[in-house]
Each structure stands twice: as structure tokens, then as C-alpha cells.
Design a protein around this ligand. Structure first.
Ligand code: ASP
Ligand code: MG
Length: 482
């Protein structure tokens, strides 16, 4: 337990608890949240929340309608969001608290109607306006969750995330300015924690040094939690969601999918990169830098074991999970002359000029195969390379990946894979540049069958699930669960 006691500032080490959109979607979810936080009191929780489920999409739709001049629709969408927040306030709070919150939110909604008005006058939903508008979802939800915690007798304090997370001005995909952010976190949240209080803040949003609102990109509340956790030297970061943890594969593709008990930062990052949607891909960077374990937990099943993501992999040489990245195109680059040593450089430079990311690349005898997730700039790139190489591409492919620390050192894994899918047409095989990834490309229509077969091979029900650590021993002793 000593890891949980104090950090170098002699302040108790905290636990950052992030609740996603479905974990705050209705009154029942918010009540569960309050119980879960109550169960962590002695570990000094900091609560980070997403917008209520669907609100971010609705705000986007409202801004889009406003920019097209459809003021009425834009206002109607915002009214619906406002109605949902006031209904929840009434359901969760007693009259006095409810009135106080509703009055406070009324001011924020009023400012948001004005924001929509501004967008419609400008006729432009600029990225800057998008950030301002979309970030309001977390602003509203965090105030609601704060009031609900207080109503439950917890000493919670609402903190404006925009004052804590300082970012560059890359709207809709801002990056934190770490030094400033860490200073703000320390000065704004440190004293609250020191006084035994529970800071509550919205995820996703930040602001520039000049106070212009920004966001960290869709799904960015996970990243916010990791930023806060890293800045405060948290003992751990908990991502509370609506699935049992990181799954062996997408349960929609394979009903046998089950929760992975433990995985390494690298394994989880690889999975996020190759299509798994559990965590925002940037989340793990700050956690890993500070070696803070990240737990993925189910707020609808709080006693479940969850997944622990940490520096240790546990079980090297085993396949931990399977993922699929759909909507991939394979691009074949064939040099027009027999030997073109400059081809690789020219191709990379052409892709860079169009800010087109390359996902994977394999080369053989002078020709190249590339994988991309968007084909929009390919005609222009093909044109630039004319005279040097011919460029052709095929859409609707899926990249199936097996992830597990050191699986490439085990040749029997690759042979099991290819035996299992021997009759499926495999377009490209990449034993990844990393030791922890084996991937291959199939037609999108074959992805599900490939996953089902591989899941059977590597996770058949006879093999024991990889049980999680004694996480819930900690949770249960941490407070009461009603
Ligand atoms: N509410 C934001 C989104 O839907 C951020 C998040 O929930 O992580 O993208
Ligand atoms: Mg999310």
C-alpha cells in the first residue's frame, strides 16, 4: 500500500477516476458514479468526466446547423441538451441544490446560445468555434456530477478544466503544454487534495495560454485523465467505461471475447493504434512516462476485475488481443525503371507533402506496398510520382492484428495463424516493425471470419482467463458499497 500514501510533496497520492459518456448518461449512471467514488475516498480521488452520452455529437450538429443558417434547428438541439441536464438535476438533487445548479447552468447555456448565434452570423463553423462549443458538453456534465457528489455528502469541488489544461492552439487536436499544465494542476488541484477534498473537472477541453478554448480531439477525456494523473503523480488512473476492460477482441465480432486481465503499455498502445476503441491513443503516453498504471473498468459492473495496463506485460510470448482496422486501402507502388533506389524517399516525401499518413509499408525487389486509411490525396500523389513509379490502390481491406509482447519470437504463433486462415485470401503479411505485432490484410468481408477463427485458436474456452490483480481488494476495503 505504501505506493498509495504520499508523493514527493508529502501530499497523499491521488487516484484519477475518469467516467465516460455512458457512465454519466442518466440518473442511474450518475448514482453509480457517486457510489464508486465513495468507495475510493481513502485513495484521494480526482474525478474527470465526459459529456453525457451523445451530447458532443449533438453540439456538433447544432454548430453545423447554425453555420448553415438553420438557427431554429441549432437552438432546438441545444434546448434538448439543456432539458436533459435539468431533468437530471431534478432527479438527482434536492430542491435547493437543484435550483442553485439550474441557475448556474442557465448562465452557461445562455452563453452557449450566443455562441451558436455567433456561428450563424459568421456562417462558418470554424475549428476554433468547434472547440469552444464542443467543450461545453464536459462543462455542463462536470457541474452536474459535482452537484450529485455533494448531494451524496462528498466534499467535491468543481474546477474549470480550461484553467488546468494549457494547450497549443491546434484546434480540435490540441497538445498540452506540459510545464504550464503541470504547474496549474499542482497549484489548482494540489491544495484541494491536500485538504482532503475531491476535485471534479470535465475532460476533453483545455485552453491556450491566452485562454482560448481548445479540445484534445474526440474521445479526449481519457487523455485528460492521463494528463491530470501524470501532473499530480497519481498512484493510478482509472478509466470507467461500459465494458469490462480491454477485451481479447471486439465482442461485436466474436461473442467469445473476454476481458484481458493485464497488459503492458506497449501492447495497449499497439491495440489502440490498430483499431481497438477502448482508449484514446494518446492516453498511455503520459501514464507510461511516469509509470502510472491505467485501469479500464466497467461502471455497470464495478466489482469486475477490469484490465490493468502497466509497464509489465505478464505473459510474454502470448497473444493478448486481436484487433481489426477496417477501411484500409493498399497502395502498390511499382517503379517504372527496374532499379530505383530513390523510390522510397520520393514516395515518403510525396506522402508527407500531402500530410498523408502511412500506416504500414512493405518493400520487395524495388516495389512498395503501403497501407493507408484515406485515399483522398492518392490521385495527386500518383500524379507527382508519374515518371518514377506507377501507383495503384485497392479499397475495402481490413488489417487484422495479433498483439502480444514478444510474439514474433515464437514462430509457432505465426504458423498457427496461417494454418487457421489457410483458405482465406491474405493480401499482405506484416510481421510488424515491432516484436509485439503480427498483422495481415484481408478483404473487409473476411475480417470477421478471420477474427473468429483466430480467437478460437488463441483464446479457446479451455484456456484460463488471465485474472486481474487484486484491484478490488483495494476497492472493497476503500469504503462502503451500497
Ligand atoms: N465528449 C468527447 C467526445 O465524445 C470526449 C470524450 O468523451 O472523451 O469525443
Ligand atoms: Mg471514450
Amino acid at each position: 500500500m505504501s505506493e498509495l500514501l504520499v508523493d514527493s510533496n508529502e501530499r497523499p497520492r491521488c487516484v484519477v477516476m475518469k467516467f465516460g459518456g455512458t457512465s454519466v448518461e442518466d440518473a442511474a449512471a450518475i448514482r453509480r458514479l457517486c457510489q464508486i467514488v465513495n468507495g475510493r475516498l481513502r485513495y484521494h480521488p480526482v474525478v474527470v468526466v465526459s459529456a453525457l452520452a451523445k451530447v458532443t455529437d449533438q453540439l456538433f450538429a447544432a454548430g453545423d446547423a447554425a453555420a448553415r443558417g438553420d438557427r431554429e434547428n441549432a437552438r432546438a438541439i441545444l434546448q434538448e441538451i439543456e432539458g436533459r441536464h435539468s431533468t437530471l438535476s431534478r432527479e438527482l438533487l434536492e430542491a435547493e441544490e437543484c435550483n442553485a445548479l439550474c441557475q448556474d447552468l442557465a448562465v452557461d447555456f445562455c452563453a452557449t446560445y450566443e455562441l451558436l448565434e455567433g456561428i450563424s452570423v459568421a456562417g462558418d463553423f470554424s475549428l476554433r468555434a468547434q472547440d469552444h462549443l464542443l467543450g461545453m458538453g464536459e462543462h455542463f456534465s462536470s457541474k452536474l456530477v459535482h452537484s450529485a457528489l455533494v448531494q451524496n455528502g462528498l466534499d467535491a469541488v468543481w474546477v474549470d478544466a480550461k484553467e488546468c489544461i494549457v494547450t497549443d492552439a491546434a484546434h480540435t487536436r490540441a497538445t498540452p503544454l506540459w510545464t504550464e499544465t503541470n504547474q496549474r494542476l499542482e497549484s489548482l488541484l494540489g491544495p484541494l487534495l491536500g485538504a482532503g477534498r475531491i476535485p471534479v473537472l470535465g475532460g476533453f477541453a483545455g485552453s491556450t495560454r491566452d485562454g482560448v478554448p481548445t479540445t484534445l480531439g474526440r474521445g479526449g477525456s481519457d487523455f485528460s485523465a492521463a494528463i491530470v494523473g501524470a501532473g499530480l503523480h497519481a498512484a493510478k488512473i482509472e478509466i470507467w467505461t461500459d465494458v469490462d476492460g480491454v477485451m481479447t477482441t471486439d465482442p461485436n465480432l466474436c461473442s467469445e471475447a473476454r476481458c484481458v486481465g493485464r497488459m503492458s503499455f506497449d501492447e495497449a498502445a499497439e491495440l489502440a493504434y490498430f483499431g481497438a476503441k477502448v482508449l484514446h491513443p494518446s492516453t498511455l503516453l503520459p501514464a507510461r512516462r511516469q509509470n502510472i498504471p491505467v485501469w479500464v473498468l466497467n461502471s455497470r459492473n464495478p466489482y469486475g476485475a477490469g484490465t490493468e495496463i502497466s509497464a509489465h506485460s505478464h505473459g510474454d510470448g502470448r497473444v493478448k488481443a486481436l484487433s481489426v482496422k477496417r477501411g484500409v486501402a493498399v497502395v502498390d507502388v511499382e517503379p517504372v525503371r527496374w532499379l530505383a533506389p530513390e523510390l522510397l524517399r520520393e514516395v515518403c516525401e510525396a506522402f508527407e507533402r500531402y500530410h498523408h499518413t502511412l500506416d504500414l509499408l512493405s518493400a520487395s525487389r524495388g516495389s512498395l506496398s503501403l497501407l493507408v486509411t484515406s485515399t483522398t490525396s492518392l490521385p495527386a500523389i500518383a500524379n507527382e510520382l508519374k515518371g518514377l513509379a506507377s501507383v495503384r490502390w485497392e479499397n475495402h481491406k481490413a488489417l487484422v492484428c495479433l498483439v502480444g509482447e514478444k510474439i514474433r519470437r515464437r514462430p509457432e504463433i505465426a504458423s498457427k495463424v496461417f494454418r487457421a486462415i489457410a483458405d482465406i485470401d491474405v493480401r499482405l503479411i506484416c510481421q510488424g516493425a515491432s516484436e509485439r505485432n503480427i498483422s495481415f490484410l484481408v478483404d473487409e468481408s473476411e475480417a470477421e471470419e478471420s477474427i473468429k477463427r483466430l480467437h478460437k485458436v488463441f483464446f479457446s474456452s479451455e484456456s484460463k482467463p488471465d485474472a486481474g490483480a487484486s484491484h478490488y481488494a483495494l476497492c472493497q476495503s476503500g469504503g462502503s458499497w451500497q
